[in-house]
Design a protein around this ligand. Structure first.
Ligand SMILES: Cc1cc2nc3c(=O)[nH]c(=O)nc-3n(C[C@H](O)[C@H](O)[C@H](O)COP(=O)(O)OP(=O)(O)OC[C@H]3O[C@@H](n4cnc5c(N)ncnc54)[C@H](O)[C@@H]3O)c2cc1C
Length: 464
């Protein structure tokens, strides 16, 4: 039997592409090595973390509600129940992906896929090995947590995103190596659950891909919440002890310190899962496992496409994987499509407060030669933020002085990960600072802070 498309990997990239292929009437199969569909994002990434972060928000409310005139007598954190709820959300949505495969007539093949050459995929299943033929192959095999050299994760003390999601009790203390999105989200979550959290980052600032002012604000707020933040810090000599884990940290000032905690989370980035998928049987170009593609996700081997976390040069985000899947399937079926615009990819980080960003940071815009104008507005001056009791953070607009082009928008504050959508839509539809200044924002909303930040590109915000 010959397929039109075989997708390898059922993360947000692979399963969405399979659905789209089904919608276009392609005879499609999806190969997944795990027993459940959904990939990193659904099973051990975006969804379970956000479920636990929501529980942290609820716990925060339960323990601080007296400030709002609501007294909750001795709230109790039933953490196993929190984990059970998170597992329920994951299972429900994984079943949802199964349903989508059936609805769109996508065949789910359970096993490990290896490319044997153009148009040929071998699957190792429980029942043996099968060789499948197909017109197109889509590599969507995603990524896995990187480890520090010599370290192996275990279920108890040295953890990656997988193990930490299944702890049955809130740890007393937690060290985190790496302050990218994954590291800071777990820091924010466990800090609110009552863990003593320290976070160590080798680079000079936390959330290093964000605008510098956003990094500074998050660090300030983390420290206010008693999270220990060490940037420019190098960690080594990690060892398990009788009660936890210890390691040596060389701090930014050169001082070497022994640090110890009950658990260690290693969040130092994600490596592409391409080692055993048969790239050597193709003309595909790759570097350190990352696959090179053109703007339509085509690899150097005709008929083989790659999307998501395995792709070189695009951020490892679920919505990027999904969009790349749409582009790849459109391309292989001759449908019109537009490549991803690198500066219009939103990022969403669910710390407390959250971060939402899109486009160039102020430093990147200046380095690119723009004459930059910045408009900022603090949530302190936004009435809805006062109502929510969430005053920290700001909206920052990075614009080009010449034509009022919006180059980037950076938000740290309440619901920042939702607010950023307005900026993405504005940039995608080529709105200018002027047209955003004329856009009416309903009152009282936190969106008004976005409108005010646009006004403030010209020093015209009303409420500060
Ligand atoms: C803790 C954490 C939180 C995150 N939170 C967010 C977030 O809030 N928002 C966001 O946008 N992104 C988030 N991400 C990133 C996001 O999860 C990834 O960018 C996304 O999952 C990538 O999708 P993908 O389709 O490329 O691959 P994946 O989701 O990694 O899926 C790949 C699938 O391929 C399967 N596979 C691999 N090799 C084979 C093979 N040879 N044969 C068969 N199957 C195979 C794997 O088992 C897996 O199911 C988070 C990541 C982590 C770790």
């Amino acid at each position: 039997m010959t397929y039109d498309l075989i997708v390898i990997g059922s993360g947000p990239g692979g399963y969405s592409a399979a659905v789209r292929a089904g919608q276009y009437g392609l005879k499609t199969a999806i190969i997944e090595k795990d027993s459940r569909l959904g990939g990193t994002c659904l099973l051990v990434g975006c969804i379970p973390t956000k479920a636990l972060l929501h529980a942290a928000d609820m716990w925060d409310f339960a323990t601080h509600s007296a400030e709002q005139g609501i007294t909750i007598d001795k709230p109790v954190l039933n953490y196993p129940k929190v984990i059970e709820r998170k597992n329920g959300i994951v299972s429900k949505h994984s079943k949802g992906v199964e349903f989508l495969m059936k609805k769109n007539k996508v065949e789910w093949i359970k096993g490990f896929g290896t490319i044997k050459g153009p148009g040929k995929v071998e699957v190792q299943t429980d029942k043996g090995t099968q060789l499948l033929e197909t017109k197109n192959i889509l590599i969507a095999t995603g990524s896995e947590a990187r480890m520090l050299p010599g370290l192996t994760p275990d279920a108890d003390r040295i953890l990656t995103n997988i193990e930490i999601l299944n702890l049955q009790a809130v740890p007393k203390s937690l060290m985190i190596i790496g302050a990218g999105a994954v590291g800071v989200e777990f820091a924010s979550m466990f800090n609110r659950f009552g863990t003593d959290v320290s976070i160590f980052e080798a680079l000079p600032r936390i959330v290093p891909v964000e605008d510098e002012e956003v990094s500074k604000e998050l660090e300030r707020l983390f420290k206010k919440d008693k999270i220990r933040v060490e940037t420019g810090a190098k960690c080594d000599q990690v060892q398990k002890t009788a009660t936890g884990v210890k390691m040596k940290v060389t701090l930014a000032n050169g001082k070497v310190e022994d640090v110890e905690a009950e658990k260690l989370l290693v969040a130092v980035g994600r490596a592409p899962m391409t080692a055993k998928i048969g790239l050597e049987n193709t003309k595909i170009r790759s570097e350190r496992g990352f696959i090179f593609v053109d703007e339509y996700q085509q690899t150097d081997e005709p008929g083989i496409y790659a999307i998501g976390d395995v792709v070189a040069g695009t951020p490892q985000l679920a919505h990027v994987a999904t969009r790349q899947g749409m582009i790849a399937v459109a391309k292989m079926t001759g449908k019109p499509t537009t490549p991803i615009k690198r500066n219009r990819i939103p990022g969403a980080t669910y710390t407390d407060p959250g971060i939402g960003s899109v486009g160039l940071t102020e430093a990147q815009a200046k380095a690119a030669g723009y004459k930059v104008k910045v408009g900022k507005f603090p949530f302190l001056a936004n009435s809805k933020a006062t109502i929510l009791g969430s005053h920290d953070g700001f909206v920052k607009i990075v614009a080009d002085e010449k034509y009022g082009e919006i180059l980037g928008v950076h938000i740290i504050g309440p619901e920042a990960f939702e607010l950023i959508s307005e900026a993405v839509t504005a940039m995608e539809s080529e709105a200018t600072v002027e047209s955003m200044m004329a856009t009416i924002h309903a009152h009282p909303t936190i969106y008004e802070a976005v409108g005010e930040a646009f006004q403030n590109v010209y020093g015209l915000a009303i409420n500060i």
